[in-house]
Design a protein around this ligand. Structure first.
Ligand code: UD1
Ligand code: UDP
Length: 366
């Protein structure tokens, strides 16, 4: 039996296609939710909208410090591994749940598969970068989304036969749900027309945990909001850390986190998206929507070189200028972001179960 692990919002969107494809093929699987995210709008709504089965186990760990949260996930996950002895543990992305479950499994000599392997921001001040590097180095099946991931893993000395360039399962979800998302016309709830508004999400600790930085971002939003109405579904971390900062800005509407369908539909018809999210940089590239990423770096460089993404500093004028006057340039969808990544992932897992891994998915170093 295979353990599929989810814990936080982006995990649901990346893992749903893999879980559904494994189910379609009749693979024995057991879905573990760590409970890292737990609000209705951060967890349950995604199970409903993405058609995922309910978790077989919910570890219910909730929020706390990094060490406490990681340790509690490990302590709750270990007995489950001992009880069920899965042949493989599949984790996704770069959140604390990813590393905690990968590490627990590796110490029990249970093989680990990592969906969205190889991404690197080369910025160790980001908790996600620590989670990515460590998870990759204890995993045996490394599923990469873009060519930079292949190159990073090879540079770090990981065996080429462990690396499988499968594409982006988050974009599988986008392909599956975009028509339904658009049919809901989510902009109408805000009395807006397609192409006449922007969408905002900020939740990175570097941006929202420090009042002086958050204040600068808020000034940038206000500058944009004077010309273009902005919808800002606020992440619970942002609300908790700097909630007051974001209210009362001209043209900026703060709402609770949206479900996947409304968010995807809104994003697909936005003039611009302002964000510090990892996944949203990729979704906007797949949608061909301009994305302004308020970060000094990105672990997803293909969104800059091929996609619609641009990095900007926290300076309010820089944010406003990037959002209101985005560069006009040709953009294209990266290789294998075609809606079939989960199929390739499950192909590799099936071959691995049968005792062989397919050689045609081994990466080149482009
Ligand atoms: C986590 C991930 C981050 C990812 C983000 C996706 C880590 C280290 N960080 O950040 O990489 O981009 O999820 O959204 O794993 N909270 C609630 N309700 C919830 C969840 C969180 O109120 O359902 C609040 C709590 O105040 C909590 C805070 O948000 O302390 C932070 O939650 P946590 O899961 O620790 O980190 P995120 O900032 O959500
Ligand atoms: N998302 C959503 N509702 C929102 C904001 C984001 O459904 O209100 C989706 C978004 O489309 C993407 C994922 O959540 O699929 C990104 O998660 P997040 O930004 O929390 O995490 P990150 O990608 O930064 O780790």
């Amino acid at each position: 039996m295979i353990f599929m692990v989810v814990g936080a919002r982006p995990n649901f969107i990346k893992m749903a296609p893999v879980i559904l494809e494994a189910r379609r093929r009749g693979m024995a699987q057991f879905l573990v939710h760590t409970g890292q995210h737990y609000d209705q709008q951060m967890s349950r709504i995604f199970f409903d909208e993405l058609g995922m089965p309910m978790p077989d186990a919910n570890l219910g760990v909730g929020s706390s410090s990094h060490a406490d949260q990681t340790a509690r996930i490990m302590m709750a996950f270990e007995p489950l591994c001992l009880e069920h002895r899965p042949e493989l543990v599949v984790v996704a992305g770069d959140v604390n749940s990813t590393l905690a479950c990968a590490l627990t499994a590796a110490k029990l000599e249970i093989p680990v598969a990592h969906v969205e392997s190889g991404l690197r921001s080369f910025d160790r001040s980001m908790p996600e970068e620590i989670n990515r590097v460590l998870t990759d180095h204890i995993a045996e099946l490394l599923f990469t989304t873009e060519a930079s991931g292949n190159a990073n893993l090879l540079k770090e000395g990981l065996p080429p036969e462990h690396i499988h360039f499968v594409g982006n399962s988050m974009i599988d979800s986008l392909h599956s749900h975009l028509p339904r998302s658009l049919a809901r016309r989510p902009w109408e709830a805000f009395e807006l027309q397609p192409g006449t508004y922007g969408v905002v999400t900020f939740h990175r600790p570097a941006n929202v945990d420090h009042p002086e930085i958050a204040r600068g971002l808020a000034r940038g939003l206000a500058e944009v909001g004077r010309h273009l109405p902005l919808i800002f579904p606020i992440h619970p971390r942002t609300l908790a850390q700097s909630g007051d900062m974001w209210h009362g800005l001209p043209g900026v509407r703060i709402v609770e986190p949206l479900g996947y369908l409304d968010f995807l539909g809104l994003m697909a018809r936005a003039r611009v998206v302002l964000t510090d999210s990892g996944g949203i940089q990729e979704e906007t590239t797949a949608l061909g929507v301009n994305c302004v990423t308020v970060r000094p770096n990105t672990e997803r460089p293909v969104t800059l070189t091929q996609g619609t993404n641009q990095l900007v500093s926290t300076d309010p004028q820089a944010i406003a200028s990037a959002a209101l006057h985005p560069p006009q340039r040709p953009a294209s969808v990266p290789e294998k972001w075609d809606g079939h990544a989960a199929m390739r992932i499950v192909d590799v897992i099936a071959a691995w179960q049968a005792g062989s891994t397919p050689s045609n998915s081994a990466p080149n170093q482009r």
